[in-house]
Design a protein around this ligand. Sequence first.
Ligand SMILES: [Zn+2]
Length: 63
Amino acid sequence: MGDVKIGDHMKIPVHSIFHQEAGHSGKVVYISEDGNIVTVKCDRKHGGKTVAFNIQLEEEEEY
Ligand SMILES: [Zn+2]
């Protein structure tokens, strides 16, 4: 916790519903107060739209 800052780039993990494409990364646009959840805006368009995803940092350590 605390290592991620707004504006950082990070990989977006594959999510079965919200983010099905692997290998995307994006920019951190929001960090929750406890620092466990960040919102990352994907660099790539999804169906022509810019989308943002909530990522739970604790889960990312399992990769
Ligand atoms: Zn994406």
